[in-house]
Ligand binder design. Structure first.
Ligand SMILES: [Zn+2]
Length: 406
């Protein structure tokens, strides 16, 4: 058993507490009960967590999201207008208007069809956001076995708290391959966290809702000769698993004994156990052989199907990236680059990021190193320091996310 990272009390079954690496209220599923003790978990950042989570309320309210803890919807504000163009301040909860005020702060009755939302207030450039995102990075680093004292750029070890102004670098696509990957909406919305080092620089990459993408500098003194290089990551689907799908059920119901063998091993089904169940509750022994086979096959199909439906929301980041990569029609994208020079640049970066044998994205390089060998975080910093403005990229990503809601 480990010690609490804050107060260092040895953790045991009585005092340990579950911490979600990414906040559960925004759909994070990965838990770890070996980071904080109960007292520290309650004291440490519960106010701050609340404020962080609340920032995403306009998004959370519109996603059919998987959550392990039941939370009531959080209210959030926005601006509405009527047909004459007058503006109103609106308070929303669960995607519904609960309060409306005119420009004189007077109460106005909300009527559907009369008012239209112009925008929600959505501010990310503040301390709550910075602390929230560095807490995710901190949690994941500790989860991966990195000691809290080695995370000096986000965590003040002597005072035992996250520092106030961490180095947070926005992700910006640096190659044409990135642009194509980023501009195509993903099938299912996910969060991702990745931890890697570039020599003695230790970074986390955090991506929330496929939209808010940041590098966080964790350490400038990472001892990579002793600990060797680190590159760990995970993804977390946040939308609920799909409802009943008859075609899928049919496809995992065996048609013959050969099928039984394939499905049984693929979904780790214990057929003997199923048979026991059938005998106990379903009058199996009284049926004829034909009916018995039919019952068993049906039961195997249902079990496999339940396993698919209850699939973990926690995935390998690499798998999610590859799924996305396979959903993009790259030949079509390529033909849209009329310019020969652009085509050849695209092909070069394409080759750099993909492994032809497996036909997938090389995660070792993806969002980490550029074809010229430099790493993303430092290239982006150079660009930002040279005064380049990439705000439009963030707006574009936001637009893609909002478009999913119709
Ligand atoms: Zn503690």
């Amino acid at each position: 058993m480990k010690n609490c990272v804050i107060c260092e009390v040895p953790l045991n079954n009585q005092n340990k507490s579950k911490e979600h690496i990414i906040h559960n209220a925004i759909g994070g599923s990965l838990e770890d009960d070996e980071i904080y003790c109960k007292t520290c978990n309650e004291r440490y950042g519960s106010e701050q967590d609340k404020a962080f989570v609340q920032m995403f309320a306009p998004i959370v309210a519109r996603i059919n999201m998987h959550k392990t803890r039941k939370t009531k919807g959080t209210s959030y504000s926005g601006i509405m207008c009527d047909q004459d163009g007058n503006l109103y301040t609106a308070i929303y909860k669960n995607d519904k208007v609960v309060k409306l005020e005119n420009s004189d702060s007077k109460y106005v009755k909300y009527e559907k069809g009369k008012f239209k939302t112009l925008y929600h207030h959505f501010k990310l450039d503040n301390d709550v956001f910075k602390l929230g995102i560095s807490k995710i990075a901190f949690n994941y680093a500790v989860h991966c076995g990195i000691h809290a004292c080695c995370l000096e750029r986000i965590f003040n070890y002597s005072e035992k708290k996250l520092i106030n102004n961490p180095v947070i670098i926005p992700f910006i696509p640096m190659t044409l391959f990135d642009i194509v990957m980023e501009m195509n909406p993903v099938e299912r919305i996910f969060h991702a966290v990745r931890i890697f080092n570039n020599g003695q620089f230790l970074y986390a990459y955090v991506e929330l809702f496929n939209t808010f993408q940041y590098y966080i500098l964790l350490s400038e003194k990472y001892n990579f000769t002793e600990c060797c290089n680190i590159d760990k990551s995970y993804g977390n689907i946040i939308e609920m698993n799909e409802p009943l799908d008859r075609d899928l059920l049919k496809s995992v119901t065996p048609r013959d004994y050969k099928d039984v063998d394939i499905i049984r091993s693929q979904y780790h089904i214990n057929v003997d156990e199923l048979l026991e169940g059938l005998k106990k509750y379903h009058n199996y022994d009284c049926c004829n052989q034909f009916k018995q086979v039919e019952m068993l096959f049906e039961r195997i199909g249902k079990t496999a199907y339940e396993k698919i439906r209850k699939q973990s929301y926690i995935k390998e980041y690499k798998k999610l990236i590859n799924q996305h990569y396979h959903s993009i029609d790259f030949l079509n994208v390529l033909s849209s680059f009329g310019d020969f020079k652009m085509k050849s640049i695209f092909c070069q970066t394409f080759q750099f990021y993909t492994i032809y044998d497996d036909d997938c994205v090389n995660i070792e390089k993806y969002k980490k190193n550029l074809p010229d060998g430099t790493n993303y975080s430092s290239s982006i910093c150079k660009g930002l320091n040279s005064g380049q403005n990439w705000i439009s990229y963030g707006h574009m990503k936001f637009h893609i996310l909002v478009n999913r809601f119709g």
